[in-house]
Write a protein that binds this ligand. Structure first.
Ligand SMILES: Cc1ncc(COP(=O)(O)O)c(C=O)c1O
Length: 458
């Protein structure tokens, strides 16, 4: 057999096994069961990944799931994991057991996060972080003698994960409604209603704003407000200037915890170490994951401020919350090295500079293709929208799925992007923070060709 034949046999076998045995997350199940995978990733280097199926290199324009911040194939992270595994790969953090990488990472995170977010509860990912944040917040209010503070407010179009509590906080309809799995007492406010949050009671959206919900439910029942500094999966929605401060002010006014979900925005994605730094706002809790390890290992956490930590420190019993992998030593060793790399290679700053360059490319696309509009970025978290008639916010006719189609065209040209938006009209872009100007130019060139192909096929 030739090498090519061997490869083809391998791909065929993997495809059949995949279709038969692997239930894929966030995937069109029927289509997958018929067609199988369109990519089997086999390698990665920088912003490039290799697809075993066609043996071609693809640009990872989304850092996979907005998480591979330092890019693929970073040998130092491999070495850090190997070294820790050789010492002790896994150890428990329950009942007073500890390990050096987790201790050092906790201290490092305290030095990086804004304000007095000085302590961390480790998890294995973003959903667990948000569930833990919600539970710890309720626990905190209980310890403060206010157990009736149990409700939460999250924002429409927010994405916070898929475990029960975080799924309820998620407000993208398909995810929110999946399998009818909800917990009680999480309310969704209309997102980014600045005037309402500044107190404009005459605004038509006031009753569905954060303020409106607090007034309706009673502030003494509200435990926290959970929000992404920039909404990711909901379509890269950037809050208007003043919004994050307005939410902070509401939390202070009503004695409610401000809970930032920095799962995407943390670790340089927005051109600052954390998303909230763009607005100089300090939340009371901060959920982290993804870019914490750049996906080289599964790790998340909830940072809490000193007031919460001091309150927890006075709990005179065992806290009945914890994951087997809370404080996983190998994952923490990888996170420490990942942060070292972010700092040493100035990647947060590169994210800002390359974000500006990317925006110039998007401005060019807006000028060239009248269907492209509302392009935006905060660092390397970017998107543009597609309308049939942008001047009148007119979407494409039913049956046309513009962002899916453009993302598919990009894929044909070996660029991976992501489609979002309830009208299937938003294309998200979030390359690794190591990306160069030349690589961004290449991405823009591919998007340009893909937009042309999409319009020709209409
Ligand atoms: C803002 C945000 N929060 C939470 C999550 C959930 O994280 P995970 O998929 O690691 O559970 C995600 C995942 O995309 C996210 O984007």
């Amino acid at each position: 057999m030739t090498t090519q034949n061997l490869k083809d046999t391998n791909v065929k076998e993997l495809t059949e096994l995949d279709k038969k045995h692997f239930i894929h997350p966030a995937t069109h199940l029927k289509q997958f069961s018929e067609e199988g995978p369109n990519v089997i990733f086999s390698k990665g280097k920088g912003i490039y990944t290799t697809n075993l199926i066609d043996n071609k290199e693809y640009i990872d324009g989304m850092s996979m799931l907005w998480n591979v911040n330092v890019g693929h194939g970073q040998q130092e992270l491999v070495d850090a994991a190997k070294k820790q595994m050789e010492n002790i790969a896994y150890s428990s953090s329950f009942k007073g057991f500890s390990n050096e990488p987790a201790i050092r990472l906790a201290a490092k995170l305290a030095s990086l996060t804004p304000g007095d977010l000085n302590s961390v509860f480790f998890t294995s990912g973003g959903s667990e972080s948000n569930d833990s944040a919600l539970k710890l917040t309720r626990f905190y209010w209980g310890l403060k003698g206010k157990p009736e503070k149990r409700k939460f407010i999250s924002l429409g179009k927010g994405y916070h994960g898929v475990t029960l509590a975080s799924q309820t906080a998620t407000a993208i309809p398909a995810f929110h409604e999946f399998a009818g799995s909800f917990i009680e007492d999480i309310h969704h406010a209309l997102p980014h209603e600045l005037e309402c949050e500044l107190g404009d009671k005459d605004h038509p959206n006031y009753t569905e704003s954060i303020r409106g919900i607090i007034e309706r439910e009673g502030s003494d029942t509200i435990a926290g407000i959970l929000l992404e500094p920039v909404q990711g999966a909901g379509g890269v929605n950037i809050p208007p200037k003043g919004y994050m401060q307005a939410v902070r002010d509401i939390c202070d006014e009503y004695d409610i915890l401000m809970m930032a979900d920095e799962v995407i925005t943390g670790f340089g994605r927005t051109g600052e170490m954390f998303g909230v730094n763009n607005w100089d706002v300090v939340p009371d809790t901060m959920s982290i994951a993804k870019g914490l390890t750049s996906g080289y290992s599964q790790l998340g956490g909830v940072m809490v401020n000193d007031e919460i930590k001091n309150t927890l420190d006075n709990y005179d019993a065992v806290m009945a919350h914890g994951f087997t992998y809370s404080g996983h030593p190998t994952a923490c060793a990888v996170a420490l090295k990942n942060i070292e790399l972010l700092e040493r290679e100035n990647l947060v700053n590169n994210s800002k500079e390359m974000g500006d360059h990317l925006q110039k490319g998007l401005d060019y696309l807006e000028k060239k293709h009248p269907i492209v509009t509302k392009s935006r970025n905060v660092g390397l978290l970017a998107a543009f929208e597609l309308y049939e008639d942008p001047a009148n916010d007119k979407h494409f006719a039913e049956g046309v799925f513009p962002s899916n189609a453009v993302v598919d065209e990009c894929f044909k040209r070996q660029l991976i992007l992501r489609s979002a938006g309830t009208h299937n009209h938003i294309v998200a872009i979030a390359p690794p923070l190591t990306v160069t100007k030349e690589e961004i130019d290449k991405m823009i060139e591919i998007i340009d060709e893909s937009l042309t192909a999409f319009q020709e096929n209409l």
